[in-house]
Design a protein around this ligand. Sequence first.
Ligand code: SAH
Length: 213
Amino acid sequence: MIDEAVGRAELILHLRRQSVASVKVLSAMERVPRSMFLRAAEQPLAYKDRALPIECGQTISQPTVVAMMTEALALTGAERVLEVGTGSGYQTAVLSHLAARVVSVERFEALSGLARERLTVLGLRNVTLLVADGAEPLGGEPLDRVLVTAAAQDLPSPLLDALSPGGVLVAPIGPADGVQTLTRWTRSDEGVRTEALAAVRFVPLRRGVRLAH
Ligand code: SAH
């Protein structure tokens, strides 16, 4: 049995030592019990700075990477955010504390269902979970922020097209089985600026939805 509060506090101290500077991001992460997003076997490792396996052969991202991606989005609290790759729902929960609304899409229906249960228990009501291929055009209003948590060799163009003026998109770009570059796109009146942020490793973005049963 791990002590939740101690585990989370130690993780936050570790993130600060890793140069995560945003107090808002740190306190959002302190509010989310990462153990709740894991299977029993992985729960003892919940507050280690490690990516861990989750259901459907996917992974929950490493906490420093979650912090880095969340910081890179520069959220003020007013934004509508799209996350592609709900996975466990952990990153979704962190975003929900920092944005006005979060829409998160996942291609595995089973993962989306588990994430829904967890986010409901946590009482996070500004989140909408959808089972969909996040590389397809979603329609709807322009998005202020987009976070892709699965790696693609090339950014699916519908995601960049959906970005509103002033919008920010963060995604890992690179090979499925190698090191990828966490990349940030910022749309302004002058065009789109692209920045390389860090070397990362994510599970690949895959096409099509996978229904349970
Ligand atoms: N943010 C997650 C990380 C999950 S790993 C977390 O905190 O746990 C990436 C997830 O992206 C996987 O669950 C995978 O199934 C999903 N994914 C991959 N390709 C996708 C696509 N085209 N559309 C939606 N989700 C996708």
